[in-house]
Design a protein around this ligand. Structure first.
Ligand SMILES: [Cu+2]
Length: 126
């Protein structure tokens, strides 16, 4: 019983960090881009993709963000709940709180967004 309470306390203590999100691990100055004049001006140039599994916590259609309680993503970030920008409205209107999803995190420098969001298991709510 005490162990369970300790875990709950630890989770609560982590929440503030989850709200601020990650991205603090490797700040990349934009000046780096200018040091590569030969690089083509492609949107996805240098972008990395990470596989995200998690549960949708909330959707903010005005800010175009989906908050996901995500599992650990090796090489990107630990398991945490944080908002992810989502570019397309179709995804924002399709997913619902409680949905279990998989998605690609497209990360380029300090910018990232979700792509290829798939609802693996719909949530109970509507
Ligand atoms: Cu994060």
């Amino acid at each position: 019983m005490r162990a369970i309470l300790n875990v709950a306390t630890a989770l609560v203590a982590l929440v503030p960090f989850g709200i601020t999100g990650c991205g603090s691990s490797k700040p990349q100055p934009a000046a780096n881009i200018e040091s590569q004049p030969t690089a083509p001006q492609q949107q996805d140039s240098g972008a990395k993709r990470y596989h995200l599994e998690g549960t949708v916590v909330s959707i903010d259609r005005q800010q175009k963000r989906v908050t996901v309680d995500g599992k650990d993503i090796p090489g990107f970030m630990a398991a945490m709940t944080m908002p992810y920008p989502v570019a397309d409205d179709e995804t924002l209107h399709r997913v619902k709180p409680g949905d279990q999803i998989t998605a690609d995190i497209v990360a380029a420098g300090s910018e990232y967004h979700l792509d290829n969001v798939v609802v693996v298991k719909p949530g109970e709510g509507k």
